[in-house]
Design a protein around this ligand. Structure first.
Ligand SMILES: [Zn+2]
Length: 242
């Protein structure tokens, strides 16, 4: 039980200027832009990383292959209390998903224990992106490839974890950067209270955190009022308890 943090690292360069927007698009669609700090690669994620590091917030970073950090930078995202997982893009067939996992393993030098899906079925987000969101299909993939958990994109943030054929399925998340997805009167205190008796997962995107003050304020509030616990720990405990 408790609150955990999922960060989906979506955009390598963000959209702050037209130049960055173009770099971002070329990178997302063709992976042709070098991963250089001087160009602003992962600027938003790095800022968020520093903030979470300073505040010792347990965090699981879900990286796409396209946003995989360079080796030096990767060390910073591996530091305790951080954890790494896959943000999956090519999910139309098990073969494509498996090759995405393989690529991820090459970039990160480790096997991902969990994954989430990029996009919730409404938009095609880049050239290689499969937009379909089919949780049952992803659960099957996860079981087939021996994943420990799949974190879904549902909005019923307090729905329970499920154990499906050995895979922990987390149907929903609390979208901290898009509260409109949740009932209007919901407050952050409600979320904190829910986490006293349930496993709750909070989602933040580096770009929105970095560009919207209200998202930073919300995360600040949670960080000050409560202690995040590692998602992997919640998954381990849940598996042990079922
Ligand atoms: Zn995403």
């Amino acid at each position: 039980m408790g609150l955990s943090l999922r960060i989906d690292v979506d955009n390598p360069f963000g959209y702050a200027t037209l130049y960055k927007k173009i770099l971002n698009r070329i990178s997302l669609d063709y992976n042709l832009v070098p991963k250089l700090s001087t160009l602003g690669f992962l600027d938003h994620a790095k800022k968020l990383r520093d903030y979470l590091d300073e505040n010792s917030v347990a965090t699981t970073w879900f990286f796409r292959n396209i946003t995989a950090p360079s080796k030096t930078l990767l060390r910073e995202f591996r530091k305790n209390p951080f954890d790494l997982a896959l943000h999956a893009e090519r999910t139309n067939t098990l073969e494509n998903f498996a090759s995405e996992v393989q690529k991820w393993e090459q970039s990160f030098g480790t096997t991902p224990r969990g994954f989430s899906k990029h996009g919730s079925g409404d938009l095609k987000l880049s050239r290689m992106h499969d937009m379909e969101y089919d949780a049952n299909k992803f659960i099957d993939y996860g079981v087939e490839l021996g994943f420990e958990y799949f974190s879904g994109n549902g909005t019923e943030y307090d729905s329970s974890f499920k154990n499906l054929k050995g895979l922990v399925y987390i149907p929903s998340i609390f979208w901290l950067d898009n509260l409109d997805l949740h009932p209007k009167k919901l407050s952050l205190d409600d979320v904190i209270t829910s986490a006293e008796s349930k496993e709750i997962l909070v989602l933040v995107h580096p770009y929105w955190w970095s560009t919207l003050k209200e998202v930073r304020d919300r995360l600040d509030y949670l960080v000050q009022q409560t202690e995040f616990i590692s998602l992997q720990k919640q998954v381990d405990e849940f598996r042990g308890n079922v």
